[in-house]
Ligand binder design. Structure first.
Ligand code: XMP
Length: 319
């Protein structure tokens, strides 16, 4: 794409001019916006950039490893994998209120990011994947008005607190332009086309209290569900799809015995911007096959529900 090639060069020149020979830190979430920001900065200033990937222990199956290896192996950028899952899961013990979950995670995220940033000698800039729509509007979620779209990666108030200046190379771009730029920068199509994933991660797909047990079951079940969607060629037709583990156990039969296990909810929606959404009309055949696979392959689940609520009145996430 001719325009993007020119734009890429223009942005690289701007970043170099703004940053000079100073050090920059960037919080990588594994999402498209922060990834494109990180790669663009790496192209512009190489080793003057350090990225911090905060692993809160609420990511999907093998997700942390995939993100880390993609950046280290393909882009060779300075990346700190901050595995702080013990800290986050410890703080979330006994917490079941959705808004408290978000606040707990958001606050810890800032503390952790600051701790790692403090170790980077001479850092003067913080890079952020703010897009044009983020600049013009602030979106609030089911969790309440105190949380905005990127609240937990998007370290609001942190730059001032840490005395850092902001670098926001994507400020003039819309999402589809960021994807085109990601393509231009060599990000794999499968990565660019990933469904959105919320900052608080699996915490809000585990209504009620979060336990390591539930998280492990949820990760496996979600992976089977997404595998089914990919195998049926539906991934790109769906805006967002995921499984949620419900805070209830129900009775089932397996062989000669009874089971008493968790129930799982499957969610899939089409949407343009996440503000409104329609549930995805899977065939009964697809749903039946997926349910059978999940119950056979994932120990701890003996019942599967499909959520056919649109937004409004539902929200996309369950919390
Ligand atoms: P809801 O559930 O409010 O979600 O219909 C709309 C979109 O926003 C995502 N989402 C979040 N993203 N932090 C985030 O970074 C959050 O606290 C949060 N809550 C919801 C959700 O995945 C969907 O794409």
């Amino acid at each position: 794409d001719w325009t993007m090639t020119a734009y890429r060069e223009e942005m690289i020149a701007k970043i170099r001019e703004q940053v000079g020979d100073k050090q920059v830190i960037c919080a990588l979430s594994g999402g498209v916006d922060s990834s494109v920001t990180g790669i663009l900065l790496h192209e512009a200033i190489g080793d003057q950039l350090t990225c911090v990937f905060v692993d809160h222990g609420l990511l999907r199956l093998n997700e942390a490893e995939q993100v880390v290896s993609m950046f280290r192996d393909n882009y060779n950028l300075n990346l700190i994998h901050a595995d702080e899952s013990e800290l986050f899961l410890g703080a979330l013990e006994g917490v079941s209120d959705p808004e408290t979950k978000r606040k707990t995670i958001g606050k810890l995220f800032i503390d952790v990011f600051q701790k790692y940033a403090d170790q980077i000698e001479g850092a003067e800039f913080l890079a952020q994947g703010t897009l044009y729509p983020d600049v013009i509007e602030s979106v609030s979620f089911s969790g309440g008005p105190s949380v905005t779209i990127k609240s937990h990666h998007n370290v609001g108030g942190l730059p001032e607190k840490m005395g850092l200046k902001l670098v926001e190379p994507l400020r003039e771009l819309f999402k589809d332009e960021v994807r085109a730029l990601g393509h231009e920068l060599g990000l794999p199509a499968s990565f660019i086309g990933r469904h959105p994933f919320p900052g608080p991660g699996l915490a809000i797909r585990c209504p009620g209290e979060i336990t390591r047990d539930k998280l492990e079951i949820l990760r496996k079940a979600d992976a089977v569900y997404i595998d089914q969607i990919r195998k049926h060629g539906l991934y790109d037709e769906i805006w967002q799809a995921f499984a949620a583990i419900l805070p209830m156990r129900t009775v089932g039969v397996m062989g000669d015995g009874r089971t008493y296990d968790y129930a799982l909810a499957l969610r899939a929606v089409t949407s343009v911007d996440g503000m409104t959404a329609d549930y995805y009309p899977f065939t009964h055949e697809f749903l039946g096959e997926t349910s059978t696979r999940i119950i056979n392959e994932v120990k701890g689940i003996n019942r599967v529900f499909y959520d056919c609520t649109s937004k409004p009145p539902g929200t996309i996430e369950l919390e």
